[in-house]
Structures are given as C-alpha cells and as structure tokens.
Design a protein around this ligand. Sequence first.
Ligand SMILES: NC(=O)c1ccc[n+]([C@@H]2O[C@H](COP(=O)([O-])OP(=O)(O)OC[C@H]3O[C@@H](n4cnc5c(N)ncnc54)[C@H](OP(=O)(O)O)[C@@H]3O)[C@@H](O)[C@H]2O)c1
Length: 252
Amino acid sequence: MNTFSLQGKVMVITGASRGIGRGLVSYFIRQKAKVVAIARNERRAAELREDLAGNEEDAAVYALDVCDVPAIEPVFDKIMRDFGAIDILVNNAGLGNPIPALDVTQADWDEMINLNLRGAFFCSQAAARYMIKRKNGRIVNMSSQISVVANENESVYCASKGGLNQMTRVMALEWSPYGVTVNALCPTFTYTPGTAERLDTPSFRDAVLAKIPRGRLGTIEDIGSAIHYLCADSSDMVNGAIMMLDGGWTIV
Ligand SMILES: NC(=O)c1ccc[n+]([C@@H]2O[C@H](COP(=O)([O-])OP(=O)(O)OC[C@H]3O[C@@H](n4cnc5c(N)ncnc54)[C@H](OP(=O)(O)O)[C@@H]3O)[C@@H](O)[C@H]2O)c1
C-alpha cells in the first residue's frame, strides 16, 4: 500500500481562486485527489471553473465567502451530498495587510480576524461533523511563520495566526480520538498576489531573504509537499503540530 497516496480523497481547499490556494488545486489534481476548490463568490467561482476547464473529473468549484458563517454549513452539506465524503480540509483562505498597530481600525481587525480565524474555525467545525461520523479526516490550517515570532506592522495578522495555532491544538485534542487529525503549517514568505507588492520592493525582499537561513523564498511546491504529507496515511501520528516551513526564519 502506498501510504502517501491521496488518490480519490475528497479534498476541500478554501481561498482557491489565486495564490497558494490556486497552486494547491493544481498540485493535488496531480496527486489524483478529488479537489473541491472554494472561491469567495459566484463570479470568482465562474472564473476558476474556466481556468480549470478540462479538469472537471478531478476538480469541482463551489462559491463560499468563509466570513459568512451561516453560509458555511450549507456548502459543506452540499459537498457531502455531491461527493459522499469530505476526507481533507485545507483552511487556506487568508489575508495579511501590513498596518502599524497604532493605525489599525476596527474594520481592519474584523476583516483579518474574521477571515483568518473565524472562517477557518467554522469551516473546520462543518467539515469535522462529517469527518467524525466517518472516523476519518485531516484538517490543515494555513498558518504562518509569524504565528510564533513577531513581525513589524503585522499585529493583527500575527494575532490571527497565533490564534489559529491554538485553535489547531485544541481541535486536535478534541477530534483525534475520532480519527480526525488537525495540524497547522507555517510557511515563510512565498510570492503570490497577496505578497507581490511587498516582495517586488527590493529593500523588502532583501530584508526577507536576510532572515531566511535557507536563502530563498518559499514556493507553492514546498507548501503542497508539506500538506501532502500532513494529509497522507503516513502522518497518522502527526497531530496538533505547528509545522514550520520557513527555511529557518524562526530558528533564532
Ligand atoms: N504568501 C505568503 O508569503 C504566505 C506566507 C505564510 C502564510 N500564508 C498564508 O497562506 C494563505 C494564502 O495566502 P496567499 O499569499 O496565497 O494569499 P492571496 O494571494 O491574497 O490569496 C488569498 C485567497 O483567499 C481568498 N479569500 C479572501 N477572502 C476570502 C473570503 N472571505 N472567502 C473565501 N476566500 C477568500 C482569496 O480570494 P479572492 O481571489 O476572491 O480575493 C484568494 O483566493 C493565507 O492564509 C496566508 O495567510 C501566505
């Protein structure tokens, strides 16, 4: 038996319209998972369907704003009806707007916390209700290296991802007796639409690279490989882990 195989596993990925999430959709289609890609709204979902044309056997697209809590359960119910299982959930949708703490407004706070933390919480809850019934499931939360160390101008983002780590641990404690493991992945800076503006600024990029002993930015392939492991049968004893994928940023 290939204990790294994800063939036929129903894998829900949020924030799938662009950046890391979009890259993960392609990565896990290649691994022969049944990918359920979540885009924020119908317009984004239609664009993503078009982008994925030809992959209809391997990937389906659903619209869900993960900040809209009452909308979450019905979408997971529909996925369950359509696929008969939810094996894996990757809570990837997230936002990191750098803002000095003194300038943060309540709207900034609500936007980042609601997306990065509240959305991930209620998507996990909706998926876990089904996973627990089947006594099998994997949840991976997309955290960040700066969930465990500070980064200037990212007080809200750091709070949201630090909270996500703790949420991960508690869910792992509560749900793993029922076969559901919950882990968090903490990547370093990766070039995406969400980070392009900052990483295209040479002084910022140089400062980032100076903090990564491995000497390079992260890639979507790095992230896909790590999630692949966390979702495979082989990682059955990895539970409540806060896995760094930071090239060593947080060593010192
Ligand atoms: N890139 C990095 O350096 C890095 C490093 C560590 C961790 N991360 C984490 O990795 C994840 C992805 O980051 P990224 O760089 O790929 O970000 P990105 O390029 O900004 O993409 C974010 C994704 O989340 C979606 N999204 C935003 N609000 C949503 C909502 N309310 N409901 C559903 N989906 C929503 C976006 O959809 P739209 O297209 O509709 O906006 C987009 O698909 C985030 O959780 C981020 O914190 C990123």
